[in-house]
Design a protein. Structure first.
Lengths: 262, 258
């Protein structure tokens, strides 16, 4: 098998593994719109990276982190709902990104950023993804119980002595990091699906947060393999194929879930 | 913030005021809870009960005034309700383990205490209102708190369940020797288990022993004569015996205020 497919597979699997548990938090905390917003701001990061001629991965990570911080700060204000703030940030950053890209001289392949470009993953991309995944996994593992506690009840968590604001920020940072590296896999417009569909598949079959996360990672891995296979045999676009695979798995899980109940 | 005069005072809030967006929520409220004392906050919706509790817990900063806690005070907090998203699978056991330093024996002990051992492997989102309240109470008890803060503990619980829950709370006080701050608008039910009632409507309308408050003009005005009479009937019952608290509105004793 060609090298590029192996690299693609490795990158896809790494992202799927970490998207499982983080995606669970996105589902539990109803943050899917937040994921979308981050993803849109990733394009803004790309644009800035091109404009300032800095490493694109770094630019995207910085843009996502910045957005996460801005959001946490805005969330504590009254007046506008989180929903509205997210909508403003998402579309402003996407539009701003597109406008800035039009100013750069590079002939940018926008499609690659919008829908992913897994087959062109380079060794340096792999390194970025690998490092990010290891860091995110480590931080997540260390703070797992605390993050579960704030997800269940923030005020209870605070009375019990946890720094809720800090943990919420941490979770957002982790999601921002993973959005930044998933962009290569499924692209800006489809990242959220990789975060929320696998946990949704896992929900019906699991009884603890941990098994749900592991199951979600597994579903993500299967979807990556399936999407890559489809792309290899039928020459379909890789990112969308992976997302289609998660959707198919979701429908199967629903049917199986109904079967289990009756 | 943490220095104290009297040893047996757990919490001392002085001249607390709170404004949000220029709206007065709390006006110059002082509150003291001693060891083993049950203090009940009552008041109509929007009276600022929950805001005051949040200030006591340190979740909200008051606009003015100060809250002094006994040094190293362990607080057990039972929130008004737990919105658990059904997409999150968590068993009661896991939920209790998430509390600081909870081990197996402690979880067993608190569940026994609130009469919920049978629920240990149930999913949180599948619990009924009353069951969930017991589990929340169990969690508040895990750290052997010196002060229990219970925000409307009987919400979503049927009348018989409420009476039982309040009995449980009174038991807990005598067993754990802890102080309790209770928020409620189920006046008639909490009276029997309370040492001090603070009647709140942005400011302290009146306060004192339950009997005293129930005859206070400010209290009567706040809750209307009808509710107040209902309460009076109940305190009357209470003076004679400790029967179940379900049958509050009873034609036989209507309007008698002892």
């Amino acid at each position: 098998m060609a090298d590029f497919i192996l690299r693609a597979l490795l990158a896809g699997l790494m992202v799927a593994i970490i998207a499982g548990p983080l995606g669970c938090f996105v589902v539990w905390r109803r943050m899917s719109y937040f994921g979308d917003t981050l993803a849109h701001s990733a394009l803004f990061g790309i644009a800035l990276g091109l404009l300032l001629d800095i490493n694109l991965e770094l630019a995207v990570i910085m843009a996502c982190m910045l957005l996460a911080v801005v959001l946490v700060m805005l969330e504590n204000r009254r007046g506008l709902s989180t929903d509205t703030i997210l909508g403003i940030l998402a579309h402003s950053s996407l539009a701003l990104g597109l406008v800035i890209i039009s100013f750069t001289d590079n002939q940018v392949n926008l499609m690659a950023y919008l829908f992913g470009d897994l087959l062109t993953v380079s060794d340096s991309n792999l390194l970025w993804i690998g490092a990010t995944v290891v860091i995110v996994l480590g931080v997540l593992f260390k703070n797992w119980n605390r993050l579960l506690t704030i997800t269940l009840h923030e005020e209870l968590a605070q009375v019990e002595g946890l720094n809720v604001l800090q943990l919420r920020l941490l979770l957002m940072m982790l999601i921002a990091l993973i959005v930044a590296v998933s962009m290569k896999v499924v692209g800006v417009l489809l990242i959220t699906s990789l975060l929320i569909i696998p946990p949704a598949c896992a929900r019906a079959f699991t009884k603890t947060p941990e098994t749900m996360s592991a199951f979600a990672s597994m579903v993500g891995c299967i979807a990556v393999c399936g999407g890559l296979a489809a792309s290899w045999f039928w020459d379909t676009p890789t990112g969308p194929s992976i997302v289609v695979a998660t959707s198919v798995l979701f429908m199967i899980s629903r049917l199986a879930g109904i079967g289990e109940k009756s | 913030m943490e220095i104290f005069v009297e040893d047996n005072v757990l919490i001392n809030a002085k001249n607390i005021s709170l404004h949000i967006d220029h709206r007065q929520i709390l006006n110059n409220i002082s509150l003291q809870i001693a060891e083993q004392q049950i203090v009940t906050l009552i008041g109509p919706n929007g009276a600022g009960k929950t805001s005051l509790v949040k200030i006591v817990l340190g979740l909200t900063r008051p606009s003015s005034g100060e809250v002094n806690l006994k040094k190293g005070l362990r607080i057990g907090y039972m929130p008004q309700r737990l919105h658990i998203d059904p997409s999150m699978p968590v068993t009661v056991d896991r939920f209790l383990k998430l509390a600081v330093n909870a081990n197996k024996n402690e979880i067993q002990r608190v569940l026994e205490e609130v009469g919920a051992t049978g629920l240990i492997n149930n999913q949180l989102y599948s619990l009924s209102g009353g069951e969930l309240q017991r589990v929340l109470l169990a969690r508040a008890l895990i750290q052997e708190p010196q002060l229990l803060v219970l925000d409307e503990p009987a919400q979503g619980v049927d009348v018989n369940g409420q009476a039982e829950l309040y009995r449980l709370i009174a038991d807990i006080r005598s067993r754990h020797k802890c102080g309790i701050l209770l928020v409620s608008h189920d006046l008639h039910l909490v009276m029997s288990a309370t040492d001090e009632v603070i009647c709140l409507n942005q400011h302290v309308c009146c306060h004192g022993h339950p009997e005293q408050v129930s005859n206070d003009p400010a209290y009567l005005e706040l809750f209307g004569k009808k509710d107040a009479e209902t309460l009076a009937v109940y305190t009357h019952h209470h003076n004679h015996s400790h029967e179940l608290g379900g049958e509050v509105i009873n034609s036989e004793g209507k309007g008698i205020s002892d």
